[in-house]
Design a protein around this ligand. Structure first.
Ligand SMILES: [Zn+2]
Length: 251
């Protein structure tokens, strides 16, 4: 249980057997360009010594659990660096989906309580919450472009400059405006497809319809697919690929 990690204060190389098991379980990681894999391994090792994992509801954080999360979490920042994640330390892992109690006050001042099922959650300047069941099955769900770890860590990147808005921090106002122009247009087009599918029996979208609930969710959901099933994502969202490449793979 976390034995290899507990012994190490400084980031060292991940044991070969752990690394091999990881790649076998997550083919979308194994199929990254060969030149990227040493960097992925090194960043994952650094992530493991700088973050603290907490198992909730009886979940035990084993080396394999921690490494699975670390290797997926660092994928978006492979070319950007771990400093993008330096505003938090804690990662809380639940065995399955989490029922969160929510409270909203409507325009009449009436307070409503409801429960929301969460696959994960990211808080501005705070910890990331994940569910192991979804993290564990990420090797299989990559086909549908689904990945809970990438989703939550994209929210963290989006929130580096305040409330999530579908745009990561960019160096200039002009860069931000041109990013949002593309993202808005793609989000609106996706939303329309989802509405047509749900209300009028149109063709179901490949991308998770959760992306139609807000531009920040669209950004996170699109990035999941971009990172785990680039080929299909390119066919579905050709306009988003150069945009995401410009941020995640800077020249
Ligand atoms: Zn989300």
């Amino acid at each position: 249980m976390f034995s290899w990690l507990r012994k190490r204060r400084a980031a060292r190389d991940i044991p070969d057997s752990l690394w091999r098991d990881l790649l076998a379980r997550y083919p979308f990681l194994a199929s990254r360009p060969a030149a990227e894999l040493p960097r992925l391994r090194e960043l994952a090792a650094q992530f493991l010594v700088t973050k603290e994992f907490h198992g909730a509801n009886g979940l035990v954080i084993t080396d394999a659990v921690a490494l699975a999360i670390a290797a997926q979490a660092v994928l978006p920042v492979l070319n950007l660096g771990l400093a993008w994640y330096d505003d938090f330390v804690g990662i809380v892992v639940h065995p399955g989906e989490v029922l969160a109690r929510r409270t909203v006050t409507d325009e009449l001042g009436v307070v409503h309580h409801y429960n929301e099922v969460l696959a994960g959650e990211a808080m501005e300047g705070g910890p990331v919450m994940l569910n192991w069941s979804d993290v564990d099955s990420a090797g299989k769900t990559a086909e549908q472009g689904y990945n809970v770890v990438i989703h939550e860590f994209i929210h963290k990147i989006d929130m580096r400059d305040g409330a999530p808005d579908g745009c990561p921090p960019l160096p200039t106002r002009a860069a931000r405006e041109s990013w949002l122009a593309v993202m808005q247009a793609e989000y609106q087009a996706f939303r329309e497809k989802v509405i047509i599918a749900e209300r009028f029996g149109g063709e179901e979208t490949w991308l998770d319809t959760y992306g139609a609930t807000g531009i920040d969710e669209f950004f996170a959901v699109a990035c999941e697919a971009y990172f785990v099933n680039r080929q299909r994502f390119e066919a579905e969202f050709p306009a988003l690929v150069p945009l995401l490449d410009s941020f995640f793979r800077p020249a």
